[in-house]
Design a protein around this ligand. Sequence first.
Ligand SMILES: Nc1ncnc2c1ncn2[C@@H]1O[C@H](COP(=O)(O)OP(=O)(O)OP(=O)(O)O)[C@@H](O)[C@H]1O
Ligand SMILES: [Mg+2]
Length: 691
Amino acid sequence: MERKRVFLLRRRTSSMQAPSSRSVHLSEWQKNYFAITSGICTSGQKADAYRAQILRIQYAWANAEISQLGAAVLFKKYAEKYSAVIDSDNVETGLNNYAESILTLARSQQTDSDRWQSGLSINNVFKMSNVQEMMQAGQKARESLLAPADVSVLIHKEAAVLDPPKFSVCGGSGDRGPLTDLAHNTNGTQDIPEGTPSMCPLNARPPALTNTSKTCPTSLTPSGEFATAKFHAIPLFGSVKKENNSSPTANIGLNKSLPNQSCLPSGCENPWAQKAFYGSGIIDALSTPIVNKAFSKTEDNGQREESSLPAFKTAKEQLWIDQQKKNPQPQRVSGSSYGGVKKSLGASRSRGIFGKFVPPVPKQDGGEQLGGIQCKPSGTGPAEPAHIADERLKNLEPKMIELIMNEIMDHGPPVNWDDIAGIEFAKATIKEIVVWPMMRPDIFTGLRGPPKGILLFGPPGTGKTLIGKCIASQSGATFFSISASSLTSKWVGEGEKMVRALFAVARCQQPAVIFIDEIDSLLSQRADGEHESSRRIKTEFLVQLDGAATCSEDRILVVGATNRPQEIDEAARRRLVKRLYIPLPEASARRQMVTKLMSRERCCLSEEEVSLVVRQSDGFSGADVTQLCREASLGPIRSLQAADIATVTPDQVRPIAFIDFENAFRTVRPSVSPKDLELYENWNRTFGCGR
Ligand SMILES: Nc1ncnc2c1ncn2[C@@H]1O[C@H](COP(=O)(O)OP(=O)(O)OP(=O)(O)O)[C@@H](O)[C@H]1O
Ligand SMILES: [Mg+2]
């Protein structure tokens, strides 16, 4: 029956299909049929053959090669046979046993969704041979590093070794990690050759953190902790087992053992170690890069295991490391060494009566000494200016603070009171108001307390700015010198912020003197057409000026200087309680100036001639007198032949003579008109505090 149907199928197919296609299908059909009936194929092959037959039947019916009835009969028959093989769990004739065994296999496995539990525990991991081997190697390395003979080699190598990140293969028993390497080398410092493939970050070596060979002493501490020197470079990636000393500084490397050393191997030090470095505690934990240590609680015994995992580094830490790389010199940030200040008034000056420069950074002890409030010692690292840390500055823009720090008085030479000729009353008053209160804050209390502001006013070139510089040199206070015009023009729109920041910084740096030159442009009378921003600056300044005195302990003195006192706002005038007239120099002052200036030159002026010059220079300002002397000093040069200028020796230049002054008087005129002078004197009579 079956053969008959196949024959019929073959016959119909052969009549309907192209010969080649038909013959292909036929041969396929026959092949499958004999495979099924031969009894020699496996159940799987049988199933495949039946499935192929079913497909052929469908194909033949779809192409009208067989009738629908014939197709249905054949389809039913082969489908049953196919199912019989697929569904049967008979090992010999069916396939369902495969599914069974696969399911059995699958059931015994964890699926991905199941929570994976490692068979490793903190205890059994140490029993593993690889781990044992590594630990032993590490122990050997430590022992070898303890040998004093190796120490210098070690330090030297350390600097050289750590430059590029180097990696070692890890894992297999034959592999050696860095600890193993140390153990295998005689001095314990040989490196894995570069280019060795990195397989595991555990053994990766960190980049150079500092050039310890330059700055670190090579002595060995009695505790032997120096032996960890090699390992301190590892923590970023390496794994270091906690030392037995149970100290939190187990991984500090060189730092702890060398408290006096100036270098700071970065990335490995910790707050305790830094405290040891800087006993003053200037740099606190905040400023210290966090030690790359991770404390993890183990599952087994709950003990805290210290490990140095590949640690996350904050930008601050990275900055610290970068800075250390760039500048391996000691970076002690203290109140007296704020390196970020470009202009540091008198950093190299002799400091007059105090002999001490008070920098514009928080003082550690100076504030107390000079009667000011001791500013909070700022715990900042080198990457962060010390002043930023102060609470009072937290709302200010760092940029502003930086600007203010850079706006500190100019680099000029120190100015002594003797350098200022005349103006005796003003000088005496300033000493009384500024210098003495800072020297003896205990006496200058209550009503004797210093004023919050003084105003120096007078014609141009009379020494007001000079007095400001002298205060800076002599007072021992932190001195801020800001030109009012720069507040109004340089930082357009930000002037009031600058004023606020200026006072905030000054408050942190007490005692402080804020010298504002050309204060009239800051505190000019309010006018209708006044620009909004300058009005805001003025308001802010007045607020701050008041605020400066709200705390009785605040020692901030504002010294304003102007040659247009009449333009100063009455509200500001009230706050600048001491208004000192700095007049044109008197005859004695002019004599003093001429004598002093001429004493530095070759000059042959007699006393009478000097007196003549003094008399003739009546109405000259200090600046005019200086200009007169300069002009006169050029007289001897002018008397030379132009051709001689190139060859003449300094000795051959004749001394300055009275004739030169006479010539100079022809070109140098007083810069202050009598009319202007009258205005100043009137204002002084009205508002001045002089006699
Ligand atoms: N009393 C003085 N003693 C010595 N030198 C003086 C004196 N007054 C002025 N000078 C000289 O004049 C120069 C200018 O002085 P200074 O800049 O202090 O004047 P000022 O009063 O601030 O002028 P302005 O009001 O224009 O700012 C000084 O550098 C100094 O050489
Ligand atoms: Mg001036």
